[in-house]
Design a protein around this ligand. Structure first.
Ligand code: ATP
Length: 193
């Protein structure tokens, strides 16, 4: 039986916005992947929290954003691992835990350019597929021709979580920048205000 192909989309999702959702859904429906798991990063205890919302709140917002989309799932795996976690270690744990799935890594071409700096990047390339979406301003770089790498031109929204946080801080509208259920929760809870 062939394994289900899962793309892992890592992020702090502080908060999740439609740029993330457009990309996650594109990867889950327009590539060889069967589904995408959004892997929420816990607070790194070596870093200052700054404007990072509580872990629980960021997870809840991603759940709301996914709603009933059958192609997307949330993963809390990094909350159970030693912090900070390295992608190569998270991948190994997921592979052990879910033998029925084949995992691939989703990343932007910005990350592919600096991929040589990742811990054990040659092991990642040997054992996993890299599903890379082009980001404006970044060349594909030297890893783009590696047999484990596939490059995609996904529809992109030029939007960042920082932009959404700043709109909330200034008391401005975030309508359409985040899924409606996320907007409701952000306004109700007063997060980032
Ligand atoms: P911040 O503004 O706080 O840095 P962010 O919007 O970049 O946040 P992250 O949680 O860091 O959000 O993003 C998770 C992943 O999604 C990262 O790999 C990031 O490169 C990617 N990403 C962020 N914004 C977009 C976007 N608009 N379209 C596609 N991918 C995005």
């Amino acid at each position: 039986m062939s394994k289900r192909k899962v793309g892992l989309f890592f992020g702090s999702f502080n908060p999740v916005h439609i740029g993330h959702m457009i990309l996650a859904n594109y990867m889950a429906t327009r590539t060889e992947l069967d589904e995408v798991w959004m892997v929420v990063s816990p607070h790194n205890p070596l870093k200052k929290r700054g404007s990072l919302a509580r872990d629980h709140d960021r997870l809840h917002l991603v759940e709301l954003a996914i709603g009933d989309n059958p192609n997307l799932r949330i993963s809390r795996i990094e909350f159970d691992l030693p912090k900070p976690s390295y992608t190569v270690d998270t991948l190994a744990v997921l592979r052990d835990k879910h033998p029925a799935y084949e995992f691939a890594l989703i990343m932007g071409s910005d990350n592919l350019q600096s991929f040589a700096k990742w811990k054990n990047h040659e092991i990642i390339l040997r054992d996993y597929r890299l599903m890379v979406y082009r980001r404006p301003g970044y060349d594909d770089g030297p890893f783009a021709t590696h047999p484990s790498v596939s490059i995609f031109d996904a529809p992109l929204m030029q939007l960042s979580a920082t932009y959404v946080r700043n709109r909330l801080k200034d008391g401005e509208s975030i309508r359409y920048l985040v899924p409606a259920a996320v907007e409701d929760e952000l306004l109700k809870s007063g997060m980032y205000r």
